[in-house]
Write a protein that binds this ligand. Structure first.
Ligand code: PEP
Length: 248
């Protein structure tokens, strides 16, 4: 089943109020390509103002806690980021898994909390370079997917992002054949986990996607879009990726 391409920018810990003009410029490009679903996940401090300034443009978060409230200093609940104006959240990004010790179980609970609050969830999975070199990439990624998979998952709110850890922020991109193999494995695992409706779950590729390689990556079977870090910070870099997606 053909899915609309979905292009999401992950700003990570970048962006002050001054960079809201970059989100506005990106939203303007997205508005011209309405056959693509595009969005930006800025730092939580910018969600409310980015949402208010860009009606109709999908602003997301980069994380949420799995509890509804409580003694979790420095964390934000799904309801909090929703109230701020986010409509979805990236969850289980490899930087959160590595820097904050997030387990598959945590990511599953976060996705369920996001859904309960009315948010979409983009669950990230991906192997390290050592795991790929050891021939374990598919087993690691499908294992992460099973462990992180939320109850009651449905394509209306769940997206998967395959992000090889060694490709994030490095300028290195896997061979198209490796991306194809992994996305097919993820598609098969989704079929096993959820049965009917699994074909409609979008599987994004993430890791050094840019305006120069987006067309090739987006043409790979089962690549339904991209999760983009460095090349999402302004319209000059992110616009060409949205345009590339629009050609499909
Ligand atoms: C990411 O961190 O989600 C990502 C894909 O980063 P980059 O595009 O910079 O590799």
């Amino acid at each position: 089943m053909a899915n609309r391409k979905y292009i999401v920018g992950n700003w990570k810990m970048n962006g002050l109020q001054q960079q809201l003009s970059d989100i506005a410029a990106i939203a303007a490009v997205a508005a011209k390509h309405d056959n693509v679903d595009a969005g930006i996940c800025p730092p939580a401090t910018l969600i409310a103002s980015a949402n208010a300034a860009n009606p109709g443009f999908a602003i997301g978060a980069q994380d949420c806690h799995f509890n509804e409230n409580g003694a979790h200093t420095g964390n934000l609940s799904a309801a909090m980021i929703k109230e701020a104006g986010a409509t979805y959240s990236i969850l289980g990004h490899s930087e959160r898994r590595a820097d904050h010790g997030e387990s598959d179980e945590d990511v599953k609970a976060k996705a369920e909390a996001a859904h309960a609050a009315g948010l979409g969830a983009i669950i990230c999975v991906g192997e390290t370079e050592e795991e790929r070199d050891a021939g374990q990439a598919v087993a690691v990624v499908t294992g992460q997917l099973s462990g992180s998979f939320p109850e009651g998952a449905d394509a209306s709110w769940l997206t998967i992002a395959y992000e090889p850890v060694w490709a994030i922020g490095t300028g290195r991109v896997p061979e198209a054949s490796d991306v194809e193999e992994m996305h097919a494995a993820i598609r098969n695992k989704l079929g096993a986990l959820m049965g009917e409706g699994s074909d409609a779950v979008r599987i994004l590729y993430g890791g050094s996607m840019n305006g120069g390689n987006a067309s090739e990556l987006l043409a790979v079977p089962n690549v339904d879009g991209g999760l983009v870090g460095g090349a999402s910070l302004n319209a000059e870099k992110f616009g060409p990726i949205i345009e590339a997606a629009s050609a499909f």
